[in-house]
Design a protein around this ligand. Sequence first.
Ligand SMILES: [Zn+2]
Length: 341
Amino acid sequence: MPFPQERPRRLRRTEALRSLVRETVLSPGDLVWPLFAVPGTRVRNAVKSMPGVFQLSVDELVAEAQGGFEAGVRSVILFGVPEEKDALGSGAYDADGIIPRAVRALKQRVPGLVVMTDVCMCEYTDHGHCGVLKASKAGGPGQDLGVDNDATLPLLAKEAVAHAQAGADIVAPSDMMDGRVAAIRRSLDETGYGDVPILSYAAKFAGAFYGPFRDAAESAPREGPGIPRDRKAYQMDPANAREAMREVALDVGEGADMVMVKPAVPYLDIVRMVKDRFEVPVAAYHVSGEYAMIKAAAERGWIDEDRVALETLLCCRRAGADFVLTYYAKHVAGLLTGIRR
Ligand SMILES: [Zn+2]
């Protein structure tokens, strides 16, 4: 037996000791709650693949955000499902569109809330892609598959300005077009919104964890001539970590105030790398598929939902996330504060 003997267990004997040496804390202020806005009033459509998540008309969304705020959730991020979709996603940059209406109502009714808006085209385009398609611009069906990066940039910038005009506290581009952070920053500055920060979805990986979200946001790519089947041509390859650092560096260079890694748990190595290499705040998005997996296992009685949710979000923080976007925000804030509504 070596002497002196190392015994890390000495510091784990009691809860008071454990809390004394705890390295990471999860608090309600670390959570951002994604909410889905739809047209109409008194609309509360349950999203089948995401128990506890609803598409909400603006009146219901305000009530939901209010409830979350009282449970300790200080930030929300909004996704919009417009009345109508078209090839150019014009609902995205309509100053009186679904998101500006929701932002205005929230800022009026829940003034202390941080309102972030997702800036992208996929909820608004009839083809379901995050930008305009080359084919739709050229007019010829199917010859030139893919999203037109540079034609999408001014539309994203217009969308971000529309959200800022409505009162959004933070705009969050999720499209993964190259150069969009610079385009958005320039437009915000030119229109008098120099104080609105950008949270960029800097490392957003193409993959299978977004399925339930696309039900909620009605944003799955459609099938059809000239429409790419997936988003692999602009979202990242799950195999690549070094490339993620390049994406983050570009976005920070273009003026991103904060960066996001999405999804969260399978990509916590990326979160840690970003945290170690960059000085801006880092967010992790615990996405719909991650949420749905916990829900499904809990429904079967296979896991303890509350404990797994708390552990999952704590581990995102430990990996380096300054805050976490999660459908569990209100529930977990309630667990942390002891206020259940
Ligand atoms: Zn998108």
